[in-house]
Design a binder for this molecule. Structure first.
Ligand code: SAH
Ligand code: SF4
Length: 429
């Protein structure tokens, strides 16, 4: 979401004639599009901005802080970092050029941090880095209020985007040669719930997008387990463009912790949905997010999370240590799991996930996967890199002209998180 917001801001700035540069020293304007999800993300930005305040060169530039930290910290950012020129929240991206004008004309600091998103954002302005894959926002904000999470406070409540506007953007992307679209939302499954008159649930939207001629691949992120429906599972089974991978975060394996997190499902209900999904879509792969060291989490409760990972065998697991966030309900509980215990639990889960990935990769040896070729592999320019529909990363020998094509690749080995193979029969570029 943050990446897409950056791409939209770049597009808005280019519209007024500015040009993107890759070296901060030659830039006239610096934007820090920030994240507040964990403390470390905030500390990195505060550290960088603090160091810049002591550099003479940086004082000549216009510096803006955008993103979730803008909403979380508001005016206090000016007190801590007097050299920054403007603060622009996640719901005010469309005010970027206006705020920049204010700063340029008045030379004074400017701030816009609305709590709630409105529909004024020009999604079509996004200036994307990739020519192959694109993020498309379908719903902004979140109304789930998990007790640990700042998102409902930094991005506001859920606001769905009109389906016609989404379809228009998807069509434009296909016409410009994009091959894969990832529909974005904090919880894509609640798409349309805030707009009952549209009569368009998430699966309805997917059926419409699938009909766009030339639409190769569609993904979506993220799905709250409570809202994932049988209709969505059937759409994954039936729609040709929709990839068979679902990021479906469980967060924890203990019912007591899930309740305290306000996730609104039990482990049993979660497992039931996974089973239903696997029955309806054979071969589907799953991703998850996990938080270890949530307040009061015991070793036994952590073990239950470990068991869930072992049982489900996710393809992708993002594992985080709990980080207490200002303004969230969880702050009323003491952050009582020691840092070294959190880190130990984190490491144990990461090692387990590595073992699971190695096992899955072993099972894929000798099989053929359809790979969307994205780019040269950074480590070895003779190899191209892409992803299979099930989200596995694949590399294979090839050259630049293959970028943007779909190739059948036979897997012969793997290294770390990456499958290695050979093209079976070349598809024309
Ligand atoms: N809307 C998505 C996730 C958004 S945030 C969802 O609910 O699935 C991405 C992940 O960051 C979350 O899934 C959670 O695992 C993690 N996260 C959020 N707040 C956190 C916190 N305070 N400490 C540690 N991890 C956190
Ligand atoms: Fe945060 Fe929960 Fe909303 Fe995800 S669903 S963004 S974790 S509040």
């Amino acid at each position: 979401m943050n990446e897409l917001d950056s791409e939209i801001m770049v597009g808005l700035l280019e519209k007024r004639g500015l040009q993107r540069v890759n070296d901060e020293n030659v830039a006239d304007l610096l934007l820090f599009n920030t994240c507040s999800i964990r403390d470390l993300a905030e500390r990195k930005v505060m550290g960088k901005l603090g160091r810049m305040s002591r550099e003479a060169g940086a004082r000549q530039k216009i510096i803006g802080v955008t993103g979730c930290m803008a909403n979380a910290k508001k005016e206090s950012l000016f007190r801590k970092l007097p050299h920054i020129d403007f603060v622009l929240g996640t719901n005010n991206i469309h005010h970027l050029n206006e705020v920049l004008d204010e700063v340029l004309v008045s030379g004074k600091q400017s701030i816009r941090t609305d709590d709630q998103f409105t529909f004024e954002l020009d999604y079509l302005a996004a200036k994307r880095e990739s020519k192959i894959k694109a993020f498309v926002s379908i719903i902004r904000g979140c109304s789930k209020y998990c007790t640990y999470c700042v998102v409902p406070y930094t991005r506001g409540e859920e606001v769905s985007r009109h389906p016609d506007s989404i379809i228009e953007e998807c069509k434009q992307l296909v016409d410009s040669g994009y091959k894969e679209i990832t529909l974005l939302g904090q919880n894509v499954n609640s798409y349309g719930n805030d707009q009952p008159d549209w009569n368009c649930h998430f699966h309805d939207l997917l059926y419409r997008i699938d009909k766009i001629p030339g639409m190769e691949r569609v993904r979506f992120m993220t799905s709250h387990p409570v809202d994932i429906t049988r209709e969505l599972m059937e759409a994954i089974r039936d729609l040709k463009s929709l990839c068979e991978f679902v990021h479906f975060p469980v967060q924890a394996g203990s019912n007591r912790i899930l309740k305290k997190m306000h996730r609104m499902y039990t482990v049993e209900e979660y497992l039931e949905k996974v089973q239903m999904l696997r029955e309806i879509v054979p071969g589907v792969t799953l991703g998850t997010d996990i938080i270890v060291g949530f307040p009061t989490e015991t070793e036994e409760e952590f073990q239950q999370t470990y068991n869930i990972l072992e049982q489900i065998e996710y393809t992708v697991g993002f594992i985080f240590a709990y980080s207490a966030r200002k303004g969230t309900p969880a702050l009323r509980w003491k952050d009582d799991v020691l840092e070294e215990v959190k880190q130990d639990r984190l490491q144990r889960l990461m090692h387990l996930q590595e073992r699971i990935n190695a096992k899955q990769q072993q099972e894929l040896l000798g099989t053929e996967l359809e790979v969307l070729v994205e780019r040269q592999n950074y480590k070895d320019s003779q190899m191209m890199k892409g992803r299979a529909r099930n989200f596995h990363k694949v590399i294979f020998p090839g050259e630049d002209s293959l970028v943007g094509t779909l190739q059948q690749v036979r897997i012969h080995s793997y290294s770390h998180q990456t499958l290695v193979g050979e093209i079976v029969k070349r598809n024309a570029a």
